[in-house]
Design a protein around this ligand. Structure first.
Ligand code: SF4
Length: 256
């Protein structure tokens, strides 16, 4: 089968022919078009995702937790920490279990690390996360009157809190400006040629300069979902891609 130009040939690629992606480097990305395309795709996932035939995609787990717990900053912070390297379904269950026993840092401090780890199991690195949650709860009680700080610098000083977590807490709990870049957003941004970066942190800084602020919060869950379901790390579904004509497909060796 003929492969689309822009995809290096590999044995076993099943990508059907499509026109070559447009080189947008001179004009810059058409953000509105990209945003609208991703939004429309999310409403019709059965057409786009070969592995999921079960209906519309829900919001990411942390957004759901934020909604269920009325944007409670502790709930958002705890679930964001649980969510790192953890599937959405597990994050939801673990967050609910933890927040039922520890709806705030005061209650969490009363639990020992082993109990916290048991509550959030099988989240990835559950023992490390339990230890960090306990340390964070102690700091919040000691320094911030049991409240989660609402500025980037203070959040970043908490154990186990990186820029991704801090950005999510700022946007989901405090409705502040934040641009959350995880490994999916980082990968898609580089494949598309929006940025040329080595780390999610670098990508965040570049996107902050490139992407109009009105897209910062809403584009994150769209790109995360797109990376999980379609623009996968290995052999993305380029033949089904809704932003194909915007994508440079940089570094894509094999696609479907
Ligand atoms: S699936 Fe990913 S790599 Fe392929 S065209 Fe779409 S955005 Fe580009």
């Amino acid at each position: 089968m003929k492969k689309p130009s822009g995809t290096r040939g590999t044995a076993g690629s099943t990508t059907p022919p499509r026109p070559a992606p447009r080189n947008k480097s001179k004009q810059g990305p058409d953000w509105e078009k990209i945003f609208r395309s991703l939004k429309a795709w999310r409403k019709e996932p059965q057409k786009a995702d070969a592995g999921n035939q079960s209906g519309a995609f829900g919001p990411p787990s942390v957004s759901t937790v934020a909604e269920v717990f009325n944007q409670d900053p502790w709930a958002v912070l705890a679930s964001t920490i649980i969510s790192l390297r953890t599937k959405d379904e597990v994050t939801m269950l673990s967050s609910r279990a933890l927040l039922k026993k520890a709806p705030g840092p005061r209650q969490l401090l009363a639990l020992d690390e082993k109990s916290i780890a048991k509550l959030i199991y099988p989240a990835g690195f559950y023992r490390t996360k339990a230890a960090n949650l306990k340390k964070i709860a102690a700091i919040l009680m000691d320094k911030y009157d049991g409240k989660v700080p609402s500025d980037m610098e203070t959040l970043l000083a908490l154990p186990g809190v990186g820029r991704k977590t801090a950005n999510l807490v700022l946007t989901e709990a405090f409705n502040k400006e934040g641009l959350c870049v995880d490994i999916h957003v980082h990968r898609i941004s580089n494949r598309n040629g929006w940025v040329t970066t080595k780390t999610p942190e670098e990508t965040e800084m570049c996107l902050r300069a490139l992407l109009p602020k009105k897209y910062w919060k809403p584009i994150n869950p769209l790109l995360v979902l797109y990376g999980q379901k379609l623009c996968r790390p290995v052999s993305p579904y380029c033949s089904r891609c809704v932003i194909y004509d915007q994508c440079g497909k940089r570094g894509v060796d094999t696609s479907r």
